[in-house]
Design a protein around this ligand. Structure first.
Ligand SMILES: Cc1ncc(COP(=O)(O)O)c(C=O)c1O
Length: 442
């Protein structure tokens, strides 16, 4: 097995040569594709900081391979009308950016800390002591990857900024997006303000009600928030409809690892900064790798962002936690991977960002191949976990991230002493205070 340094932005989306591009004279966002190629060729010079470079294995790991069509096993691909094909090809070509590293540092505040949650760790050790724990007196060390400290309050900004840069390079004047929990909407609105792009965010009526503080933030950041009858699913359809009707001026900024290739790969690549930092920080903190990575799964972007760097490290467990909502037997859940049939369409979760009936192709592939494990946490368990972290660590996690935290109750007793667990604290919980107050908790 050999190790080599590759340019992050060059992997794994194959670059399409301008000369071979059959539609290079198409007009997109008012600028010919031919010109874009020149721009992207300059941007992709190896000398720039771009997304940095990481060591990855060049062995035959199936998890690090993706073909030019964006297929992960039987998942993924590019099933869209021909009118969108040229647009998606341009996206592939515009994947490289120089400014990103600097912007992530100075605007987002990266790198985010890998925080040792000492009191949470102690809580589980005490629990093991008092309950006997099968003679165990120790337990794992729990670390939080603090994406909640990112500008805007969640991991969503990593991807939104990078794609807003792409929109600007493409000459688009306008961005459309859809949001559920509102975190992607806030991130997109902030990125658009920064890059002087007009921003329209589509959001379901029920989500607007639940996440009103994020709606106010989006408006304050200059975005137009368009309400769509229903939930995130309906808002997504409306945003894409709007994009397709305005291809000349508008960029669709996808917030997670779903949709046609190259969207899932692109979003994962922009989010994988989390895992790369984690590897480096773990090495600094304890001179090794994490043993277990845990992330909540809505459609998969924060989990994959943490996991992807480690998929080739077979000694690192990858654990995704989906929303069991009111319980798996209730039919009101969003556990697409853990129990759902592919195509399940009855989502429910108190964590609005988990309330989506689909997951991305790459994370589906990790499930199907057995590389990652998937479990669930209910609404009630997530609320308890949110309260626990708030009181023990003074950190109010988003209800989405609280699902990952809730699973620690089941995971921790199965782990040997000293196991290093890294959990992606994907966002902060300020947006959820109304929901918690309605339940008499906050
Ligand atoms: C804080 C937070 N975590 C997690 C998610 C779930 O999305 P994903 O699975 O793409 O990370 C969301 C979605 O809005 C979110 O706001």
């Amino acid at each position: 097995m050999s190790l080599t340094n590759i340019q992050v932005q060059g992997q794994p989306v194959p670059r399409v040569s301008a000369r071979n591009h059959s539609m290079r004279n198409s007009v997109v966002c008012g600028v010919s594709i031919k010109r874009h190629h020149r721009v992207s060729n300059v941007l992709s010079r190896k000398s720039g900081p771009s997304l940095g470079s990481i060591p990855i294995r060049t062995d035959e790991s199936q998890f690090l391979r993706v073909d030019g069509t964006g297929k992960f096993g039987r998942f993924g691909g590019k099933f869209v009308p021909e009118t969108l094909m040229s647009r998606l090809r341009v996206l592939e070509d515009e994947f490289n950016f120089e400014e990103l590293t600097t912007t992530l540092r100075d605007y987002v505040g990266r790198e985010t800390p890998l925080y040792f949650a000492g009191r949470l760790t102690e809580h589980y050790k005490n629990l093991a002591r008092t309950t006997g724990g099968g003679g165990r007196s120790g337990g794992p060390d729990i670390y939080l990857k603090r994406e909640d400290l990112s500008h805007g309050g969640s991991h969503k900004i990593n991807n939104a900024l990078a794609q807003a840069m792409i929109a600007r390079r493409l000459g688009c004047s306008r961005v459309v997006a859809a949001t559920g929990a509102g975190q992607h909407g806030v991130a997109t609105a902030a990125a658009c303000a920064k890059f002087s792009l007009e921003c329209t965010v589509f959001m379901g009526t029920t989500d607007i009600e639940k996440q009103s503080s994020n709606v106010q933030s989006m408006k304050l950041l200059g975005a137009q928030v368009k309400s769509v009858e229903g939930t995130f699913k309906d808002a997504s359809s409306e945003a894409i409809r709007n994009w397709v009707g305005n291809l000349e001026t508008t960029y669709y900024l996808s917030g997670t690892v779903v949709g046609p290739h190259p969207c899932p790969v692109m979003v994962r690549e922009f989010q994988s900064v989390t895992g790369k930092e984690t590897r480096r920080q773990a090495n600094q903190l304890w001179g090794g790798k994490p043993d277990v990575l845990v992330g909540c799964v809505g459609s998969g972007s924060n989990a994959l962002g943490l996991f992807h760097e480690f998929v080739g490290d077979e000694d690192v467990r990858l654990v995704g936690v989906e929303a069991a909502g009111l319980g798996l037997d209730s039919g009101k859940h969003s556990a697409t991977l853990a129990v759902g049939e592919i195509g399940d369409t009855r989502p429910h979760s108190i964590g609005v960002g988990l309330e989506y009936p689909g997951v991305g192709p790459e994370i589906s592939f990790l499930k199907e191949t057995g590389r990652a494990e998937f479990y669930t946490a209910t609404d009630q368990e997530a609320i308890q976990a949110c309260m626990l972290l708030s009181r023990l660590e003074g950190i109010i996690p988003a209800l989405e991230a609280s699902h990952a935290l809730a699973f620690l109750d089941k995971l921790v007793p199965t782990l040997r002493d000293g196991t290093k667990v890294v959990l992606n604290c994907s966002g902060r919980g300020d947006k959820d205070l109304d929901t918690l107050m309605q339940r008499g908790i906050a």
